[in-house]
Design a binder for this molecule. Structure first.
Ligand SMILES: CC(C)(COP(=O)(O)OP(=O)(O)OC[C@H]1O[C@@H](n2cnc3c(N)ncnc32)[C@H](O)[C@@H]1OP(=O)(O)O)[C@@H](O)C(=O)NCCC(=O)NCCS
Length: 172
């Protein structure tokens, strides 16, 4: 059971009770704009499939995106962490927050903890983040955590979209 703590956040394993908040976040058009294959929010069924993929990724790979919660309220604020499903170009750190939690520095704070975890616990030497060129907020997160633009890339489920690959190497 891997748990990470930051100044304001707890990054923990997924629990069945997280689904309602996960489905609500997945139903927000602004949240899903650059994430879903058609740029549209997810139905409850699609959110369930996505939620199950988060849980399954941990089981199959031994790592995955964390449920990010506010320790005091216990509220789920988003999903952040390592992600490398079948066909993915490389080991990625991904980040998504519910709209209510944007603009607080939560993503940058949690991503930094995940980078340290990936370099130290998972012993990765390089990680990437794949970002739509129009996703300015996400590009800012990549830059704030020290990632640099490495080129362009496509994803298995978005073969016709040219996405940016940001990345970071471990400094030994
Ligand atoms: C990408 C995403 C996670 C970025 O969220 P965000 O809130 O902009 O990023 P952070 O959590 O790092 O917060 C940074 C902002 O909080 C502000 N902030 C407020 N209080 C802060 C604090 N205590 N510490 C740090 N920053 C703080 C910063 O000034 C910054 O605002 P600015 O960008 O307007 O200058 C969010 O927009 C999102 O979930 N988008 C939808 C999903 C998505 O597209 N994911 C990425 C796929 S590649």
């Amino acid at each position: 059971m891997t748990t990470l703590e930051t100044e304001r956040l707890l990054l923990r394993m997924w629990e069945p009770g997280d689904f309602e908040a996960y489905a609500a976040m997945s139903a927000e058009p602004e949240v899903m704009r650059f994430l879903s294959h058609d740029g549209k929010p997810l139905s409850r069924f699609e959110a369930w499939r996505s939620f199950a993929a988060q849980v399954g990724h941990w089981k199959l790979r031994g790592f995955g995106m964390f449920a990010v919660v506010e320790p005091t309220s216990g509220d789920l604020v988003g999903r952040i962490g390592p992600w490398q499903p079948e066909g993915w170009p490389d080991f990625e750190i991904g980040w998504t927050l519910g709209g209510k939690y944007w603009g607080r520095g939560y993503a940058t704070e949690a991503v930094k903890a995940c980078i340290t975890y990936s370099f130290t616990e998972l012993r990765r030497s390089h990680l990437i983040s794949i970002i739509d060129p129009d996703n300015i907020r996400s590009i800012r997160v990549a830059e704030r955590v020290g990632e640099q633009l490495e080129g362009t890339v496509a994803l298995p489920h978005l073969p016709n979209r040219t996405l940016l690959q940001y990345g970071l190497y471990r400094q030994d």
